[in-house]
Write a protein that binds this ligand. Structure first.
Ligand SMILES: [Zn+2]
Ligand SMILES: [Zn+2]
Length: 281
């Protein structure tokens, strides 16, 4: 990994309130990055279905993660995982209140949830996977490093291996999904890292979930606001850092458009109805 600087692109503005994850292709820059790599499923995984025993691998993720703050109790009982997490005060709780992904994550909750065995679907010495508390699709997980990394812009080339590992674990999650053959998945990060702890979204593309309620939700996962994990890896390998273009939050205001056929729909209910044709149950 080399270090480099992404010319003039580091001026990301902190948007409060907007925060979810977006991924689509409305932004040219992402467009460019996008075709770089595709998520591939890494075979062979030492996945424990579920450390809590609550969710078996065949169950769909229910709730586990984002949106609102929640009050999970801290359950510091990671066995396999050592958590450099202590040092992770980096989690700015302050910011959490204002930038807690209005439609996305509970910032503080993220930290406690990742430590809660009940929430954990997988963990190893580097990362933990939990279900998104407010899943925006039938399957929606978050891969979080134990290491406290506040945002994408805090990533450096020293994190290359970690981010790659996160991707690998994400691939494994997809692989062990009972419906991996019929559902498409994407793995990526929200462009605007106002969230307090870097997290990789692993989400099926059906977007069949009552938690997906508004345009921001939709665009955060289907526009370029959602940055492919592979693109992040690519940026780190090439430039030694991640740069997110400004104005990403504007993407959240885009009209509702089907991510499969690009048809525009006027309302969320209409969109959801339309999506049934692409992803029958
Ligand atoms: Zn997010
Ligand atoms: Zn469509």
């Amino acid at each position: 990994m080399l270090k480099c600087q992404f010319a003039g692109l580091s001026a990301r503005k902190e948007i409060t309130s907007q925060f979810s994850c977006l991924t689509y292709r409305q932004l040219s820059w992402v467009e460019v990055q996008k075709r770089l790599l595709k998520t591939k499923n890494a075979p062979g995984s030492k996945f424990k279905e579920d450390t809590s025993g609550n969710h078996s691998s065949t169950k769909r993720p229910r709730e586990t993660t984002s949106e609102d703050r929640e009050s999970h109790r801290e359950a510091p009982s990671m066995k396999a995982a050592k958590q450099p997490e202590k040092a992770s005060e980096a989690i700015n709780h302050g910011e959490a209140t204002k930038t807690s992904e209005g439609f996305g994550h509970w910032s503080q909750g993220l930290k406690s949830s990742m430590q809660d065995p009940k929430m954990q679907v997988y963990k190893d010495d580097k990362v933990v996977v939990i279900k998104d508390k407010y899943p925006k699709a039938r399957y929606h997980w978050l891969v979080l490093p134990w290491q406290a990394i506040s945002s994408l812009k805090a990533l450096g080339d020293e994190h290359c291996n970690l981010v790659k590992h996160m991707q690998k674990v994400a691939d494994q999650m997809v692989q062990q999904c009972p419906h991996a053959d019929t559902l498409r998945f994407r793995t990526g990060y929200h462009a605007i890292p106002s969230m307090s702890h870097v997290h990789l979204h692993v989400i099926s593309q059906d977007f069949d979930s009552p938690c997906l309620k508004n345009k921001k939700h939709w665009n955060s996962f289907t526009s370029d606001y959602f940055i492919e994990s592979q693109d992040i890896i690519q940026m780190l390998e090439t430039y030694g850092k991640v740069t997110v273009k400004e104005g990403m939050s504007e993407l959240l205001k885009l009209p509702l458009r089907c991510h499969m056929c690009h048809k525009e729909l006027s309302t969320i209910p209409a969109l959801k109805e339309h999506l049934k044709s692409h992803f029958p149950k």
